[in-house]
Design a protein around this ligand. Structure first.
Ligand SMILES: [Zn+2]
Length: 189
């Protein structure tokens, strides 16, 4: 895994693409951060004897694109006002945010790869370029030199690019939201 902090940072960046009313809603941000971190709930499986390489093992089913779609749609449906006309955009964005977790993990330099296409194809994948140092599992290892090094590495490879991506998305989508508002204001009543 990359650390949960970094998954949340990516969620905050991608969330800038949300419609303005969602961006101003704390519930949307809570859902976005939960979606980005939820795939790592699979580490609980270790407590129950699930092995790393199993279907439900770490970086298995919960890191797949199918899981991301199910979680994204369910999270969007759970948010109030989800039946509005552009509700599908919210579902698509929350799916992307959930899927970003697996993409980030596939850039790390340790562990097994990510089962993007589970359950249809259980192959574990990594990207050919893996600059992100793998994060220790659990909280305690973070209070060590390794934990600090991991965070510094993620700051360079994930936080800074996320900041740039977030600023870019905010600029692009602020403009398209404004254009949408103008055209809907002009529409005859
Ligand atoms: Zn993960």
């Amino acid at each position: 895994m990359a650390s949960l902090i970094s998954h949340a940072v990516v969620a905050a960046a991608l969330g800038q693409a949300a419609p303005a009313r969602d961006r101003g809603d704390r519930r949307f941000w809570t859902a976005a951060v939960l979606c980005s971190c939820l795939p790592d709930a699979d580490v609980l499986g270790f407590l129950f004897g699930v092995r790393y390489g199993d279907l439900w093992g770490h970086r298995g089913m919960t890191h797949s694109l199918l899981f991301a779609a199910v979680v994204g749609i369910a999270a969007a449906a759970a948010l109030p006002d989800s039946r509005r006309r552009d509700g599908w955009k919210l579902a698509a964005l929350l799916t992307l945010i959930t899927a970003s977790h697996g993409f980030l993990d596939a850039f790390t330099d340790g562990g097994l790869g990510v089962a993007f296409f589970s359950p249809f194809d259980r192959t574990r994948y990594f990207f050919p370029w893996r600059p992100v140092r793998v994060s220790p599992i659990g909280i305690l290892p973070f209070f060590s030199r390794t934990g600090l090094n991991v965070l510094l590495n993620e700051a360079g490879w994930i936080w800074l690019p996320s900041l740039a991506l977030g600023a870019l998305l905010r600029a692009v989508f602020a403009r398209s939201n404004a254009a949408e508002k103008i055209s809907s204001d002009r529409r005859p009543g």
